[in-house]
Ligand binder design. Structure first.
Ligand code: LLP
Length: 432
């Protein structure tokens, strides 16, 4: 287990979190390499090894650093990127180009050029005009690019509205109206500049129920059948996205990967048998489920305000700048005072950040031990979409990130300094 309580202290992947806070300062992201590796292993054991012709592309938007690229490469996964910056990070970490897949609803020409120059594995085309741009870039560079079409399956999944992506009213994907999708498929199949591999869908994120994955799958399979009937084209690849939910709190009913993937694979295999076609290669794109529970954030407690009969605010030295999720999605987290980890949780408080914003609340009504200035507060399951969605609001510097493994710790992202924050600012002559 990555989380342990010893001598009234929280340990994470064998490291004393109070000592981590002292050594590296707070606020601090702590990522457990052991936990990340365990997740990758679960994917290998229950999906990649169990089913032939499968790949898993880590959705790097969840947490991406050069070191993370190295771990993902070592663990045998591919990488999904969604911007020039993510692609650049993977390139700088020498991530194998053919294992990179590029998603995104508005890729720029420069980003597509970078992808073609670097000979990445696949571009997931997200709109009708994108194919033309890729064809032009490939023509100019004398290259051919493998592509898939991201489709909008038109299903509604059960998660926060901001993180569901499969419904028809979405900025993502190509809608499945016959007069839209089939000409696009025909153009891709006949193109000299791309290899058309098939389809991609992603229904949403933080899901604990496989219903929308299965619904979307049925829609994608029908499209594969129609494509075969119309063009005698057997789809070589199907990407079924990510979205597998994690445990933020005791209320989250987390499921293993197999809960989502086994019934999908069974359906795909039966479908292919019935149609007498070779099964497409199946790709998944997990992000949060690989890193979410592998991360915690350590803060130092500062001001405590007890508004009698109303609420007790316990402030920490970070907040919405390092974890925007509670403010943006009303996401719920749990935490503990790391140096009082085994003391009775006798108080109910609101853990708030230090930003000038009333909504800068990390946890409402947290049950914790008696908090005092200087205590170290740990928030669990912050490994996904914390670091990658961080901001410099109120000119708060971005946090350092430490990678821990069986009692050892190493910095993988240095703390931003005030100087880093103003490094790109210029005062024009007119203001001097
Ligand atoms: N593939 C595609 C095409 C995606 O758009 C996403 C997430 C994933 C894979 C990975 O999904 P995951 O396995 O991590 O659920 N910032 C939000 C989450 C946005 C997810 C966007 N797309 C949050 O903090 O909840």
């Amino acid at each position: 287990m990555d989380i342990e309580l010893r001598n009234n202290t929280l340990f994470f992947d064998g490291c004393n979190t109070v000592e981590l806070a002292e050594k590296y300062g707070t606020p601090l992201y702590v990522m457990s390499e052991t936990a990340i590796v365990e997740k990758c292993k679960e994917i290998r054991e229950t999906f990649l090894k169990k089913y032939e012709k499968t790949r898993a592309a880590y959705a790097s938007k969840a947490f991406l650093t050069l070191s993370m690229c190295k771990i993902i490469e070592r663990e045998g996964l591919c990488m999904d990127v969604v911007s020039g910056g993510e692609l650049y990070t993977a390139i700088k970490a020498d991530f194998p180009a053919e294992k990179i897949e590029f998603n995104g609803n508005n890729k720029s020409v420069e980003e597509l050029e970078l992808a073609v120059d670097y000979n990445i594995g696949r571009i997931i085309v997200d709109g009708l005009d994108e194919l033309g741009i890729i064809e032009k870039v490939c023509r100019e560079k004398g290259k051919k690019m493998s592509i898939l079409y991201r489709i909008t399956p038109g299903v509604k999944s059960d998660s926060h509205d901001y993180i569901v992506t499969g419904k028809k009213d979405s900025k993502f994907g190509i809608p499945l109206d016959d007069e839209v999708i089939f000409p696009a498929i025909e153009q891709a199949i006949n193109s000299k500049y791309v290899d058309f591999l098939g389809f991609h869908f992603h229904v949403g994120s933080q899901l604990h129920n496989n219903g929308s994955h299965l619904q979307a799958l049925d829609i994608a399979l029908k499209l594969i059948k129609d494509t075969k009937d119309k063009y005698n084209f057997v789809t070589p690849e199907l990407n079924i996205g990510g979205g597998f939910g994690i445990k933020y709190t005791g209320a989250d009913d987390k499921k293993p990967y197999a809960y989502f993937l086994d019934p999908m694979m069974e359906r795909i295999e039966n479908f292919c048998k019935d149609l007498n076609i070779t099964r497409p290669e199946i790709v998944i794109e997990p992000g949060r489920s690989i890193v979410g529970e592998a991360g915690i954030t350590l803060y130092t407690i500062g001001t405590i305000k007890d508004i009698k009969g109303i609420r007790k605010y316990v402030s920490v030295d970070g907040g919405m700048t390092d974890n925007i999720r509670p403010a943006l999605y009303q996401a719920v987290y749990e935490g503990v005072i790391a140096n009082k980890a085994e003391e009775p949780k006798t108080d109910v408080v609101t853990i708030c950040g230090k930003c000038c914003e009333s909504g800068d609340i990390l946890i409402r009504d947290a049950k914790i031990a008696n908090a005092e200035r200087g205590d170290i507060f740990a928030v669990f399951s912050t490994g996904a979409y914390g670091y990658t969605m961080a901001s410099n609001y109120n000119k708060n510097p971005l946090l350092a990130t430490v990678l821990v493994k069986k009692g050892k710790s190493e910095v993988i992202v240095k703390r931003q300094t005030f100087d880093h924050m103003i490094a790109n600012e210029v005062i024009p002559e007119s203001l001097k």
